[in-house]
Ligand binder design. Structure first.
Ligand code: SPD
Length: 408
């Protein structure tokens, strides 16, 4: 997979220059409808914030590298510190940034918003750029942990899908811009589930999981995991009623003796290796298990992903600059770099999540689009069953039940 993707992205500029079908050369005057006729290779639907559109929708102009922002190199730092989720950026992109700007990006990782928040709240973390999810962005700007973005340094925001801007957690995108989005459901090995999975009961109810004791995991996440139990109860994953939250807690306590672990860090690897037969999983992590992740681990063709009939979470991780960022100018330059369509497409193809960059989506390889169509991205019907997590004055309720579940 890695080699294929590298070849694909190396060829992108060439294909564009030849008027290849993958990147139709856009002109300011050419409306979307005037694009090359769809071929079998580009007709698969691809996800956008609005649902699905044809992959043949016209990409906007992809500016030549560096042509989009006049970078004042005298203001660049030699290093940048990026606090990101694990397995969430193609290392080749960090190398490309260093080659172009001479800035070495050091990446530290986290696996839960709450862990990231604890580190940032403590102050002087030394990080410049962080990728909180939706509700965590809301918490961070309210607590004064992040700074307003300088939009004059972010011209590539024009490539973002308008449907994924101005979201409830940061209206006007004063503090954040989308990095990736995804959905949470169940990844499973079809050797063990030849008829598929269609309900949270498959991973939560003792009668179903007894036979898979120690062979599956739940996310180690105080919003995601109670959220799955709430969905099984037919409730919102933002439920705050203590009685209902206690019912969710009881479901998780009954399940706990059967799980291998609460795990948000290497679900991809354990599904891929066959150690897990199923897992509560983020869509991209499942896609990595299916496809492999660069040279890190191979894919397993038996891995599938599903949003159960009761519904699941949709979420978005966002780029923010910390209030006490030592290298804020460089952080903006890096953000703008990540929003170049070619870079965003390469990153998305590597990590398997969903790109909020509307001009990157048409650049994705067919292999990735095919997996999206297989369920690793939501179609219009699945979108109706998805819910965003919101910051909530009552979220101590989640912390409380999660502490009870983890503690016992
Ligand atoms: N390995 C990268 C995982 C990114 C998941 N972030 C979203 C969490 C939403 N609750």
């Amino acid at each position: 997979m890695k080699r294929l993707l590298v070849v694909f992205f190396l060829l992108l500029p060439l294909l564009a220059a030849c008027g290849g079908a993958t990147t139709q050369a856009p002109t300011a005057a050419a409306p979307a409808a005037a694009t090359t006729a769809p071929s079998a290779a580009t007709a698969a639907p691809v996800p956008t914030a609005q649902g699905l559109v044809s992959a043949t929708a016209a990409p906007a102009a992809s500016p030549a590298a560096g042509g989009d922002l006049e970078v004042d190199r005298s203001k660049l730092s030699s290093e940048l510190f990026f606090f990101n989720w694990s397995d969430y950026i193609d290392p080749a992109i960090l190398e490309a940034f260093e080659t172009e700007y001479g800035v070495k990006v050091t990446v530290d990782t986290f696996d839960a918003n709450e862990d990231m928040l604890a580190k940032v709240r403590a102050g002087n973390s030394g990080y410049d750029l962080v990728t909180p999810s939706d509700y965590a962005v809301d918490i961070m700007w309210r607590e004064g942990l992040i700074q307003e973005l300088d939009k004059s340094l972010l011209p590539n925001v024009r490539h973002m899908d308008p449907g994924l801007l101005n979201k409830y957690f940061d209206e006007g995108n004063k503090f954040s811009l989308p990095y990736m989005y995804g959905i949470t459901g169940i990844a499973y090995n079809k050797e063990f589930f030849p008829n598929g999975i269609d309900s949270w009961a498959a991973i939560l109810e003792p009668a179903n999981i007894e036979q898979f004791r120690g062979q599956f995991s739940m996310l180690d996440d105080e919003r995601e995991t109670p959220g799955a139990a709430l969905k099984l109860l037919g409730k919102s994953l933002n439920e705050t009623d203590p009685t209902v939250l206690n019912q969710a807690r009881d479901i998780l306590l009954a399940q706990k003796p059967f799980i291998a672990a609460y795990n948000s860090s290497d679900v991809n690897r354990k599904l891929s290796s066959g150690e897990y037969v199923m897992a509560h999983s983020w869509s991209g992590s499942a896609m990595q298990a299916r496809n492999g992740l660069g040279d890190e681990f191979p894919g397993n063709p038996n891995i599938n992903f599903v949003i159960p009939k009761e519904g699941g979470m949709i979420w978005m991780d966002n780029m923010v600059v910390l209030k006490d960022s030592p290298n804020a100018y460089t952080a903006h330059v890096f953000m703008n770099f990540l929003m170049r369509p070619e870079i965003a497409a390469q990153n998305t193809a590597y990590i398997g999540y969903l790109s909020p960059n509307k001009d990157a989506v048409p650049l994705l390889p067919q292999e990735v689009r095919d997996l999206y169509a297989e369920g690793f991205a939501p179609d219009a019907e699945v979108l109706k069953r998805l819910e965003w997590a919101v910051r909530n004055e009552q979220t101590t309720g989640f912390t409380q039940i999660w502490t009870e579940v983890k503690g016992q």
